[in-house]
Design a protein around this ligand. Structure first.
Ligand code: KIV
Ligand code: ZN
Length: 506
């Protein structure tokens, strides 16, 4: 193992956000970025600014306020992409432009319709342009693992010559296997010795379930930056999972050697926040962050762990921040108690934010005996989601019984005005969703509806997630309440807020 330190490049907000159905607004992105900074990643890839005005805004917000970490923006090797990426990140403490172009023949022939010589020339020019704007430039050769190794090495060497300080070798389609990938990376060091002077990075996709294994193989071959995403989010089957990479290096340090700068006790909270705001559940048996990752079911295992934890546990759950907080608030807890509980969880609330959070907290505490750390984390996500809503559910009324057709009425606030809607139809959820459509003037089709409890007990907060199709495009929405009807109505309204931002609802 050649390096003492592995840099963690987090792409949850860029490649992760490309997962189908995820659409984070700029406030949600900022909340995740702040948590990633607390987690201690080295680079946050905040987005792809040319892709939409919303993405540009999200990246700029993060660049302006998140400190102590490099903030990176993605750009195709196209002049306008590169200058737009720079505009979005130039106010960051440590800005990085990440530009890329494909190098495999299959991409050159069918997608770019360019010759190898043209691609080499474009890579040179765009890296040089990026380096003229920003000190820190990363270059990626897309579909590197299916590229001719000699051509690839030539492009990578040219990128270093033009000023790239990080060279990324992606397994874009998740095709590599570990032994092959480590020889491939070694081969690139041999063909392009200039790689020894820069950070060599890998970005592995999980199409064959090998993203983490391939990333580890690349470390063994000399890579010092790993691109990964929280909960393994990303295009198709996702990217290498951040928590798995970090915990492999941590747990097997004696064998593997290098370390990351990640504060592992923040892993669980980061995973939960990302899951809440993206609407992507974590599978229960997912390594490190799944609900069952530290649960022992068989009697033999339970017996062993009770006698000595290490009989069946290779990691201590506390190392990844599980079950650490014993915060419990109740309806008599005051603003001060809420403020210090929030601080203990890592949230520094400004006066106005605290007022809002307190009002929200009181509503929950009036109906729920104990408000725990997990409830408070959800409360924060709920506040973040509300920040950019244009439609707000003010009141609702549903009349339902086994003998009548459910009837609903809603009042929605939009920019200070009130919109009323009503409906009588099918089931009670259907009638409330139709009443909302009616108030907002939308034609939504419910594509997915999920309810789950946030904690245990009959008085647990319920979280509802919906996907609503408007004008043939899906929009996700999630909301939380002690009452599942209210959570459903709010989640539906939130999906329409997302549709509004995309211009699908007026
Ligand atoms: O998968 C990929 O190749 C990418 C690049 C933009 C790095 O996401
Ligand atoms: Zn990717």
């Amino acid at each position: 193992m050649s390096s003492e330190r592995i840099f963690i490049f987090d792409t949850t907000l860029r490649d992760g956000e490309q997962s189908p159905g995820i659409s984070l607004n700029s406030f949600e992105k900022l909340e995740i970025a702040e948590q990633l900074a607390r987690l201690g990643v080295d680079v946050i890839e905040a987005g792809f600014p040319i892709s939409s005005p919303g993405d540009f805004e999200g990246v700029r917000k993060i660049a302006r306020s998140v400190r102590g970490v490099a903030v990176c923006a993605l750009a195709r090797a196209i002049e306008n992409d590169v200058t737009t990426a720079w505009d979005a990140i130039k106010e960051a403490e440590r800005p990085r432009i990440h530009t890329f172009i494909s190098t495999s023949d299959v991409h050159l022939k069918h997608q770019l319709r360019k010759s190898r010589a043209e691609v080499l020339e474009i890579a040179r020019k765009m890296v040089a342009l990026a380096a003229s704007l920003c000190d820190d430039v990363e270059f990626s050769a897309m579909d590197a693992t299916r590229s001719d190794p000699d051509f690839l090495a030539g492009v990578l060497a040219a990128a270093v010559e033009e000023g790239a300080r990080t060279i990324n070798i992606p397994d874009t389609v998740g095709y590599a296997v570990p032994s092959e990938f480590s020889s491939f990376i070694r081969g690139q060091f041999e063909r392009a010795p200039a790689l020894n002077d820069v950070v060599v990075s890998v970005h592995c996709h999980n199409d064959l379930g090998l993203a983490v294994a391939n990333s580890l193989a690349a470390i063994e071959a000399g890579a010092t930056q790993i691109e990964c995403a929280v909960n393994g989010l990303g295009e198709r089957a996702g990217n290498a999972s951040l928590e798995e990479i970090v915990m492999i290096l941590e747990t097997r340090r004696a064998l593997l050697g290098p370390v990351t700068g990640v504060n592992t006790t923040e892993i669980t909270r980061t995973s939960r926040l990302v899951s809440q705001l993206t609407g992507y559940d974590v599978q229960p048996n997912k390594a490190i962050v799944g609900k069952n990752a530290f649960a022992h079911e068989s009697g033999i295992h339970q017996d062993g762990v009770l006698k000595e934890r290490t009989t069946y546990e290779i990691m201590n759950a506390a190392t990844v921040g599980r079950g650490q907080s014993d915060i419990v608030l109740g309806k008599h807890s005051g603003r001060h108690a809420l403020k210090s509980a929030m601080e203990e969880l890592g949230y520094r609330l400004q006066e106005e934010e605290l007022n809002q959070a307190f009002a929200h907290f009181k509503k929950i505490a009036d109906r729920k005996k104990q408000v725990t750390a997990v409830d408070l984390e959800h409360l924060v996500s709920e506040e973040v989601r509300e920040l950019s809503d244009i439609f707000e559910l003010k009141s609702y009324d549903v009349a339902a019984s086994s003998d009548s057709v459910p009837a609903s009425r809603v009042v929605i606030e939009k920019e200070g005005g009130r919109l009323a809607g009503k409906s009588e139809s099918g089931g009670s959820m259907e009638s409330i969703f139709k009443a909302i459509d009616n108030a907002v003037g939308a034609k939504g089709k419910l594509k997915d509806y999920q309810v789950r409890s946030v904690t245990e007990g009959k008085d647990s907060l319920g979280e509802v997630r919906v996907v609503v199709e408007v004008a043939e495009k899906p929009y996700a929405g999630a909301a939380l309440s002690i009452d599942v009807v209210e959570a459903s109505a709010k989640a539906y309204v939130r999906a329409l807020n997302n549709a509004y931002r995309a211009g699908a609802v007026k």
